[in-house]
Write a protein that binds this ligand. Sequence first.
Ligand code: HEC
Length: 460
Amino acid sequence: MTNQIEKSNMKLNYIYKSIVVVFLSIAFVACEEEFFPAPPKAKSAKETTTLEATFVVTPPITLSDVYWKTADYLKVPVIDLNKNLLYPNGYLNMTGTYNGLTSFNAGANPNVIMKAAYDNAKMYLYVEWTDNDLSPASFASILNGPVDPLKSDTAGGWTTQENSDKFSIAFDINNATSSAGAFSNVGCAASCHSNSMQTLSGSVDLWNWDLATSEALGYAHDWSVNSATGIQNDAGNIMAILNKSTSDARTAPIYEWNGVEQIITRPDGKSTTLDPGYYLYNKTAFIGDIVEGKTIYHNAVYGCNHCHGDFGEGNGPFGDGTAFASVGFASKYSRAAIKSFSSSELHTGKPYWSQVPVNKQDDLIAFIKGMGSLPGFTLTAPDGSAADVWSVSNVTRSRLNTIAPHTQYKVILVRNLVTSNADDAQFNVATSKTYPFGIALMDADSKNHIGSLKQILTFK
Ligand code: HEC
């Protein structure tokens, strides 16, 4: 009996509670509608007609920052800007964008998207585009490298080969003009003068994100284009210097990797280890006589060609040695590492190496490194006005893999809105909200590019 009553009480209790809950919910919904503002709808990204920079409180300096997920975006349509240009004698396989749009990303639309933000001090420009192969080598020195199908130059001896992927953005500094018109009307075309970068009057600020020469250190190059000298580095320490004694493409490289891990701290405070196959930061003199080295390499008794191939292509008649003649290969190993591996028990060719006269080892290694390529630039941290534009990207730099599929580049460029440098564009958002700009993209090239001459950046 008690049980029965308890049960029905419980039931009643339950019904009563449910009614109260329902009532309260109705009351709350009513209250909410009457007294509270509607909760903010989750923002969704929408396409805009100009590049809109929204004011942010927290700097969005990582690619995973939630801001970029919902930020409005500008789709940038791209056209041919420069095409069918080649480099002088001895510069080979450096024009991956030779036919413009039909060469870039093998002719598939790169789908360029930009987003932007700013705070009281800095602006943040996000850009993504599709480029299905990673081209990290730039102006590499190669000995007896591949010929260039677009050129008739001989590839014998030292040549300068390969070119990196790049993104450039240009802003007006002081009413730049060219024969095409003013920057405010024609954008980037105001910095172009008979196929070279030069203005007729005024100057243009040019930020150049380069996978080989600036991204590794966490920057974009900060250049300006003027009427007197064309492209010029902003004041300060230049971050990439050609690894040759002259600009003649057929001269030998000066430096090689010294074997010390290349750990650097980027301006955003993160540290990176740079792949010595492509980036030269910790360096030592490139030594050895390549002519002598070539003779040793082909020695009838102890030559490495028996297994590593006459041209370093690998798989010689006496055994399947690794290929030396692949870009990035021999620079991954320091000279000391090549010596210690060659003479180790792990090396099938140890009996051959042990017959190489000790005073010829460096000549032989010079020849082997040459077949594999030496990086085209030595890198050093920039400073002054040359260090104004930081970069953050989705590229891993410690062991670059150019064979694994790569699809999209994602890059954030960061700069102070206002700098104290005459060679920079200034973004005084209190005075002006809109700034024309142009962009250029290069796929393994730096002469030919696709892009968009004029877009507008709007500070909201
Ligand atoms: C009898 C065949 C043979 C000869 C001759 C030979 N090697 Fe090798 N080498 C190999 C093989 C096979 C490998 C791959 C590792 C292994 O199994 O030994 C290799 C790997 C190497 C590597 C490491 C490459 C990498 O990608 O890790 C170096 C460096 C090297 N050899 C240097 C030399 C030099 C210098 C000579 C000439 C003095 C030479 N080898 C002659 C068979 C040979």
